[in-house]
Each structure stands twice: as C-alpha cells, then as structure tokens.
Design a protein around this ligand. Sequence first.
Ligand code: HEM
Length: 178
Amino acid sequence: MSLQPLSKTTILLHWLTGIFLLVVLGLGLYMDELPKGPDKFEIMGIHKSLGLAFLFVALIRVVWRIREGSLPALNVQQTWQDTMAKGIHLFLLLATVLMPVSGLMMSIGGGHGVTFFGSELIAKGEEIKWMGGLGHELHEIGASLIILALLLHIAGALKHEFKLKDGMLSRMLGKKSA
Ligand code: HEM
C-alpha cells in the first residue's frame, strides 16, 4: 500500500513536541520525588521555563494541525482502533496546551509569579486559591492521562510498523513508502 507522504513541517513538529514533552514530563516526575529544598526549587524553575518554551512550540503545532487538517487516513474503512487512535491524537494535542496552561494557573494562583530562565514574565502577586487548586488538579490528572495516552500511542505505532507492516511509523520518520 502506498501512503500519502506527510509534509516536512508535520514530521518536524511531531518529533519536536514529542521529545520536548518527554523531557518536561520526565523533569516534572523527577522533581515530584525530590524533597523540598534548593535542588527541587532549581529543577522546578527549569521545568517551568522549559514548559513555557514547550507551550510556544505546542501552539504552533495546533495552528499547523488546524491548517493541515487531520493526518491522511491509512484505510478507507475505519476500525475501532483507528477511531481510538484519532481520539488519542486529539487528546495529546489538547494536552500539549493544557499542561503548560495548568502549570501557569498553579504558579499564578499560588502567587509565585512566572519567570522564564531568570527573566520575570509575571510578577508575584496575591494568592488566587481557586486558580491554584484547579491548576494543580488539572496538572496532576493531565500528567497521568498523558503517560497512558503516550503508551497507547507508541504501542499503536509499533503495531502498525511491525505487525500490520503498513509503513505508518516510517511515514512519520520521513521514509518513502515502497
Ligand atoms: C508540557 C508541559 C508540562 C508537563 C508535561 C508538566 C508535567 C509535570 C509533572 C509530571 C509534574 C509532577 C507532579 C504532578 O503530577 O503534578 C509537574 C509538576 C509541576 N509543574 Fe509542570 N508540566 C508542564 C509545564 C509546566 C509549566 C509551564 C509550569 C509553570 C509555569 C509548571 C509548573 C509545575 C509546578 C509548580 C509543579 C509542582 C506541583 C506540586 O508542587 O505539586 N509545569 N509538572
């Protein structure tokens, strides 16, 4: 089967957001395990700054996806697995924006302000309890759901590549289909 190739921008944005997401997620999980202290504080600063840089890339990707539409389908007849994969893609796209936004809500709501690699973006202010609380809930639930969605997404990609052998992963790697 010959697949419609993906544009270079689609491929670049996919891997850029994927790798960037894993770094910020991994940093968040690592930081969560650290005891309160200067180390945790420092890592949290890096986590927040990278998370904000990630938001910039994620927003570009959302605009790109809206312009491009969904990825060209593999099959004419859609199975329940295809429908589930589409749902996971949509969730991951929304989560790439919701995670940084909920992180911002946590920081602003907690009255901590926001800095970007040492430069102040939003000054410290009054605590806004509902915003901090909601941001915290969304950030925590979002992190667990992202891990689940990523595992399903990777499992699906591997199944297509090695069991169904339809070249879906190769297409996202920019390799030409036979
Ligand atoms: C892709 C973007 C992001 C991802 C995947 C992510 C992920 C995580 C994870 C996994 C944790 C560990 C604890 C938890 O589950 O809540 C965490 C904690 C945290 N994140 Fe993020 N984060 C992102 C962006 C941001 C941004 C942009 C900010 C703020 C500007 C932020 C602020 C925080 C804070 C303050 C904590 C500590 C929460 C606590 O004390 O319980 N995050 N993040």
